[in-house]
Design a protein around this ligand. Structure first.
Ligand SMILES: Nc1ncnc2c1ncn2[C@@H]1O[C@H](COP(=O)(O)OP(=O)(O)OP(=O)(O)O)[C@@H](O)[C@H]1O
Ligand SMILES: [Mg+2]
Length: 293
């Protein structure tokens, strides 16, 4: 049975991740919450010291908080920065804790070829590889992206026996990290939170959701995109208005990767400056990426 599974690996802190993390716009709340949750999950001594200082006789509730399962869920709309955030968050965390952090990511073919027992074996293999590779005091993040298939509810009628077994193994492995002394946090990413199994959702220390940008968030996107150009007073407002779409708004990726990149190509081609006019010319022909059911 081929259950070999190759995890993608990236060391943090690293300059490229820092640039990506800093360039994520409009999702400041998710960024802050993700960093502070991961810091908390890695740095249990901090809460013990805090408890010793403020609640010397013990605070019953704290025991429960300290025993949190090191699982974070990111869910929501396509093209809003879930994967980019998960892959870059290791850098601010490693810097803050002054430690080395390795980020592992399961490949998109995590399910393998679908042979009996293969999914379970591959999930087990992912956790075994990761725990073996985190040495001593180092930190690890395991990203399970596009987790919809893997963590689909056991109660869904179409859930296949193989998938249920895979999910059981995933739940077991996540529980095991909380017990063994390994500095690992798991980040599970999905578009369709509605299909996630309650056993997974219940275990998450934090569940962050991502939405397409509203007016205020699009304003931030345009302020970023047009940094370095000279804009007239109302031009940002005009961009905000003209990029408003209902009922399916543009995603961050639509506005930045589809429209702005194309507008730059066009500006270079026609030897013009990158301006709101050229941006809006491209925008008018772009349809927002479809919503996930
Ligand atoms: N909030 C954001 N700020 C700046 N750029 C963004 C943002 N969200 C997405 N992008 C851009 O779009 C690209 C794709 O985003 P990403 O893959 O992180 O989205 P996602 O939420 O994981 O989407 P999917 O659900 O389709 O996997 C990013 O690499 C980045 O270039
Ligand atoms: Mg993604």
């Amino acid at each position: 049975m081929s259950e070999a599974l190759t995890l993608l690996e990236r060391k943090h802190p690293d300059k490229a991740s820092e640039v990506i993390f800093e360039s994520l716009i409009g999702i400041d709340q998710q960024k802050d919450e993700l960093v502070s949750t991961i810091l908390f999950l890695f740095d249990k001594d901090r809460i013990k010291k805090w408890q010793h200082k403020h609640h010397r006789d013990g605070l019953v509730f704290v025991e429960r908080v300290v025993a949190e399962t090191p699982l974070v869920i990111l869910s929501g709309e396509v093209g809003c920065g879930k994967s980019a955030l998960a892959n870059s968050v290791g850098t601010p965390v490693a810097k803050e804790l002054k430690k080395r952090l390795t980020c592992f990511e399961t490949p998109s073919d995590v399910r393998g070829g679908g042979r009996v027992g293969e999914l379970s074996a591959r999930v087990t293999s992912a956790f075994q590889q990761v725990t073996a590779r985190i040495k001593g005091d180092d930190l690890g993040l395991l990203i399970i992206d596009e987790a919809d298939d893997l963590a689909t509810s056991r109660s869904q009628n179409q859930a296949h026996h193989e998938d249920r077994a895979g999910l059981n193994v995933l739940v077991k492995q996540i529980d095991a990290i909380a017990r063994v002394k390994v500095n690992l946090v798991v980040i599970l990413i999905t578009n369709r939170v509605s299909v996630l199994d309650p056993a997974i959702i219940r275990r998450a220390s934090v569940h962050l959701t991502f939405k397409r940008p509203n007016d205020q968030e699009r304003r931030k996107v345009f302020e970023y995109l047009f940094t370095g150009t000279k804009l007239r007073d109302n031009e940002i407002e005009k961009l905000v208005e003209e990029s408003r779409r209902e009922p399916v708004p543009f995603s961050y990726s639509d506005l930045i990767n589809r429209v702005a990149k194309q507008a730059v190509f066009r500006a270079v081609h026609f030897d013009k400056s990158f301006s709101p006019t050229i941006y809006l010319e491209v925008l008018k022909d772009v349809i927002p990426s479809p919503l996930i059911e």
